[in-house]
Design a binder for this molecule. Structure first.
Ligand code: KIV
Length: 257
């Protein structure tokens, strides 16, 4: 198997649908990589899945860099995408480029950032500097305070037009793919048909060129999941059961034998 890269991800559009997911450490990245996951996102969702926050906003660049390095050490064939956390690219384009360079130097093959037309100048600078960008439009979780919650976007025709314009703008700026999060599936289908670059949907229906799932959701490590999620395992119960069996056996003198 060859390592996935910008060219192979772009070439997959219309030919092969890609099931992509997040991972935040070497253990799970290795398992996802061995299973053939083409793109592993070191998502800022780590704030919620790994660090216990209510939103992604408190994640620090240092946390992303450390997780990216761990994932990159384990992923042999998957493309590793570092998700730039809130504050690491809203602070002026010079600092944003410097922070993206840190992500690449930590081992990422590309970076992801949220926003459409408003981040186009930055996307252009990054791609010109040789840093591949996976864009993210629709519901952008770093805007949670603006939305007043994690709310589906693009529901009216006017709002849908804005998402379409954002997606076209990041494509024109040089993004190699674009995440479409929590938008109606008809809108995601329209954008997927309009763009030349692949769309990676999450809560955006079946027509996108690729899909994301957050690792903790797909593995059932999170017991409460959004309605669009399919759980391919129910690990929370197994893990809790294993911890409990261990505690019981030590208490009862069964282990060590
Ligand atoms: O951080 C993340 O996991 C993401 C996905 C939801 C695409 O941005």
């Amino acid at each position: 198997m060859k390592k996935w890269n910008v060219a192979t991800v772009k070439a997959a559009k219309g030919k092969e649908k890609l099931g992509c997911c997040t991972a935040y450490d070497a253990c799970f990245a290795r398992l996802a990589d061995e299973a053939g996951v083409p793109i592993i996102l070191v998502g800022d969702s780590m704030g919620m899945t790994m660090l216990g926050y209510e939103t992604t906003l408190p994640v620090k660049l240092e946390e992303t860099l450390s997780a990216t390095a761990a994932v990159a050490r384990a992923a042999k064939n998957a493309m590793v995408v570092a998700d730039m956390p809130f504050g690491s690219y809203q602070c002026g384009d010079d600092l944003a480029v410097a922070n993206a360079v840190k992500c690449i130097q930590a081992g990422a093959d590309a970076i992801k950032l949220e926003g459409g037309a408003s981040v186009c100048a930055l996307v252009k600078r990054l791609t010109t500097a040789g840093i591949p960008v996976l864009a993210h439009v629709g519901m952008t979780p770093q805007s949670v305070n603006e939305y007043g919650g994690f709310k589906r976007q693009g529901k009216t025709r006017e709002a849908a037009e804005k998402v379409i314009e954002d997606a076209k703008a990041v494509e024109a700026a040089g993004a190699f793919a674009v995440t479409l999060e929590c938008i109606p599936s008809e809108l995601a289908a329209e954008i997927t048909a309009t763009l030349k670059i692949p769309t990676v949907g999450i809560g955006a229906g079946p027509v996108c060129d690729a899909q994301w799932l957050v690792m903790h959701d797909l593995l059932g490590l999170n017991e409460r999941v959004p309605s669009f999620v399919k759980q391919y395992a129910h690990l929370a119960g197994s893990v809790r059961g294993a911890f409990k069996a261990y505690v019981d056996e030590v208490r009862d003198g069964v282990f060590p034998a």
